[in-house]
Design a protein around this ligand. Structure first.
Ligand code: AKB
Length: 316
């Protein structure tokens, strides 16, 4: 049977670009999302359904030769805060189910299925730290952070079991900071003020920033996000018990961003109105991440400084 890759949440910011990249590399993809594809690629098999349809997920594995899974379907931090039960179902229950199905598929077919899970800086807390490394204090204070941590740990546990049996899943995960795209303006996340502020400045719209000017968070551009996913999944194996790796390109405060945008777009108007649901979350997330492990395993590095990072984002 032909080898297939399964992507969930393919319509999202990261899912849509990962899908395109895999197709470009000649991969045969089954793409699943609750909402239908805006533009369809001929070679892709689309499934328009919920990740909570467990029967369907079982069938996908039964009827196909799946070799890799990219699991992007999720509720982001602010949406999860407003819908904790749904977040538990989508972010945790459905993720566990997908890991279990992939494990069974691998075990039954005596092979290892590569499984990619996008985690987040939301697993950190309860205090803001600088240069956070993978093992630093991990006590998330949010629903979303807890969901992500539980799946990091569950995936790593199933990975270990799989390694001891030499069949099942090969779990790989990246802890993403805020992701900044030049062509999508996401909402639902705590870090989405960055793409939203850039869009407002470019289109001369007023912007109300929900974080204090001093708040510093780490970020990565969408191109580096996608290349990191492709690079970690391209590795034949990762000789490490640690399955989750930090990546970032730059860290900056909300004020540094607004100053830069006002200089480039002098008519841009911004106000800072702290919203406690956003501020209390950002205050527990690291201001920067240590990426030594990603550098060690797949040569992850970033030559970006704030100016070159922002220039890329506003020029597109
Ligand atoms: C969010 O804010 O929900 C995400 C993240 C950093 O995980 N962008």
């Amino acid at each position: 049977m032909k080898e297939k890759i399964l992507i969930t949440g393919f319509n999202g910011e990261i899912g849509s670009k990962t899908l395109k990249e895999l197709v470009k590399r000649g991969k045969s993809v089954i793409a699943m999302d609750i909402s239908d594809a805006k533009v369809k690629i001929d070679s892709v098999s689309y499934i328009n359904d919920s990740i909570l349809n467990f029967e369907l997920i079982t069938q996908i594995f039964e009827n196909n030769n799946i070799t890799e899974v990219y699991h992007f379907a999720a509720l982001l931090s602010q949406t999860a805060y407003r819908n904790p039960e749904l977040a538990h179902d989508i972010n945790e229950k459905a993720s566990r189910n997908l890991i279990d199905c992939a494990y069974l598929h691998g075990a039954n077919n005596h092979k290892l299925i590569k499984f990619f899970f996008p985690s987040s800086i939301a697993v950190y807390g309860p205090r803001k730290i600088d240069n956070a490394s993978e093992q630093d204090i991990i006590q998330p204070t949010t629903v979303y952070g807890n969901n992500k941590l539980i799946i990091e740990q569950y995936g790593s546990k199933v990975h270990e079991k799989s390694m001891s049996e030499n069949k099942g899943i090969d779990f790989r995960s990246i802890r993403f900071p805020g992701v900044v795209s030049y062509d999508t303006i996401p909402s639902g996340g705590t870090t989405d003020y960055v793409p939203q502020m850039i869009d407002s400045a470019k289109n001369t719209k007023k912007f109300d920033c929900k974080l204090s000017p001093e708040t510093i968070l780490p970020f990565i551009g969408i191109n580096k996000t996608i290349s990191s996913i492709i690079d970690i999944m391209d590795l034949e194996s990762i000789n490490s018990k640690l399955r989750v790796f930090n990546v970032q390109e730059v860290s900056f405060s909300a004020k540094k961003l607004s100053d830069f945008l006002i200089e480039k777009f002098p008519s841009f108007e911004i106000t800072f109105k702290e919203d406690k649901n956003f501020q209390s979350v950002a205050d527990t997330w690291p201001s920067s991440l240590n990426c030594d492990k990603a550098n060690k395993y797949w040569n992850f590095n970033s030559e970006k400084n704030f100016e070159s990072f922002m220039k890329d984002m506003i020029s597109k």
